[in-house]
Design a protein around this ligand. Structure first.
Ligand SMILES: [Zn+2]
Ligand SMILES: [Zn+2]
Ligand SMILES: [Zn+2]
Ligand SMILES: [Zn+2]
Length: 295
């Protein structure tokens, strides 16, 4: 069994034969230089010592998974898998490593190349600039976020202040309206009492005139029953020094219809002055209140 284990230790898990120019990855797994170079260039920089991602049947060693990212790839993938030349160039057009023979091949015709070191230095410089800008950008975005948070806080605070102010103003309006309502009601009651008082006086005057008129009518009725001319004239002139019935009754009626003691009509209880204090819903949408409500 020891001999099998020894053979496995010396076998490349890619080609399953004894190592040729062995290379050991940072994870500790070893491969032939050519095998690992082919794999890493064609796929990705992950150690292939694992599932059936690699060609060939699985050996006992391959059954254990490994997915270590092998960095830097350049150190391992030194040779072009196609031409077995050192990868000294970088094709800018394809963004990939290439050898001198690759450069002259059809696949890269008209492409721009740079030496690997130069390409790496320029990319490094670019990335460093990007990193610096990214740091500046992050700082600017953080500042913006702080400003936004501050604005949110201020808006909430202002809204709370306005809520208190609105509550106070509405309380004042309610108080004002309640006071005004009571004032108008008192005024109305006063006018009602005044008017009804005048009407009562007028009614009393009417009652007196009515009673006088009935009394007079009764007398006239009695006088009219006297047929003898002398007695008729005497009884009327002795009882009434005021003249004919027309002179007695009509003036009283005229007095009621036009003069003092006439019928007092119901007065208009809402004068022009009161109209100005009527509740106007537009009051709530205008004036100083709406100004204080705007943010
Ligand atoms: Zn490994
Ligand atoms: Zn191999
Ligand atoms: Zn090549
Ligand atoms: Zn190219």
């Amino acid at each position: 069994m020891a001999s099998v284990s020894y053979a496995e230790d010396l076998a490349c898990s890619a080609c399953l034969t004894i190592f040729t120019d062995p290379v050991t990855l940072p994870c500790g797994h070893s491969f032939c230089r050519q095998c690992i170079t082919k794999f890493l260039v064609r796929d990705n920089p992950i150690c292939p010592h694992g599932p059936a991602s690699f060609y060939g049947s699985l050996s006992k060693i391959q059954k254990r998974k490994c997915s270590t990212i092998v960095m830097p790839v350049f150190q391992v993938a030194e040779l072009c898998p196609e031409h077995e030349e050192k990868l000294k160039l970088f094709c800018i057009t394809d963004q990939q490593l290439a050898c001198i023979i690759c450069r002259d091949g059809e696949e890269h015709e008209g492409h721009r190349f740079k030496p690997v070191k130069e390409a790496a230095a320029s990319l490094r410089k670019e990335l460093e600039t990007f990193e610096q800008h990214a740091a500046d950008d992050i700082h600017a975005i953080e500042t913006l976020a702080d400003i936004q948070k501050n604005e949110m806080f201020k808006t909430r605070e202002k809204s709370q202040q306005l809520t208190i102010q609105i509550k106070k103003q509405f309380q004042e309006m309610h108080d004002f309206l309640r006071r005004r309502e009571n004032e108008i009601k008192r005024e109305l009651k006063h006018k009602e009492e005044d008017s009804v008082g005048k009407m009562r006086e007028a009614l009393e005057a009417v009652d007196i005139v009515l009673s006088d008129s009935r009394e007079l009518k009764e007398k006239v009725n009695l006088v009219l029953k006297i047929s003898e001319p002398e007695n008729f004239l005497r009884s009327w002139t002795e009882g009434n020094k005021m003249g004919t019935s027309g002179h007695v009754v009509r003036p009283r009626l005229n007095e009621l219809q036009g003069g003092r003691g006439r019928v007092v009509r119901a007065v208009c209880l809402h004068s022009e002055k009161d109209a100005s204090t009527r509740f106007d819903p537009h009051y709530l949408h205008s004036g100083s209140l709406s100004k204080t409500l705007s943010f």
